[in-house]
Design a protein around this ligand. Sequence first.
Ligand code: NI
Length: 182
Amino acid sequence: MQFALKKYQHAPAHLFLDEGYYFFTGAVYQKRRLLTTAKTKEIFIEYLFRFIEKYCWELFEWVVLDNHYHFLCKIAESLKMPIVINSLHKTTAFHIKKELNLQIKPFWYQYWDRCIRNDKHYFETATYILYNPIKHEYVDDLKDYPFSSFPIRYQQEKENLKANFLEYKPQYISYYDDIDDF
Ligand code: NI
C-alpha cells in the first residue's frame, strides 16, 4: 500500500499556532486486540485516508497498532472534528467487524485529541507516533513495522528522519502516557 505524504521537513515553517494541528488517539473498547491482522490494519488506514481527503484535512504521521491508533494532522474546521472521527470509527468498525465476522458493540471506545502548541511539540509528537511500535514492544526495528508512516519517511527522507529522532528523542516522551497505555 502506498500513500502520498506531505514532506517531513526538518525545519518547519513557524505556522503551527492557531492552525489546527492535532494529535489523535483512538482505542478499541476494553483495549481488545481486534486489529491484529494486516487486513484489519489496512482497512483502518484506507478509511483514515479517505476521511482525511473528504474533509480536506492534512495527514502527517500515523500508526495503527493491534488495539489503538495515533495520527497527527491538520484539521480544516474544529467544529467538524467529532463528525470526522465518529464517521471514521463507525465505518472502520463496520468493515473490520465484517472482515472478522464479529458482532460486537461498541467496537471503538473513544478518542483523545491534543492540540499541537508549537513546532517542538509538533516534532515530538511526530517522532512519538513513528516510534510507537517500539514503545509498545511490537518490533525492535521500526523498518519491520509496515503499518505506519515510518516506512515511507525512511524511504524518502532518511536523513531528516534520523535528525528528528536524535533531536526530539521520542523514547523519552512521557506526556502521552495517560492516553497511550496499551
Ligand atoms: Ni500507542
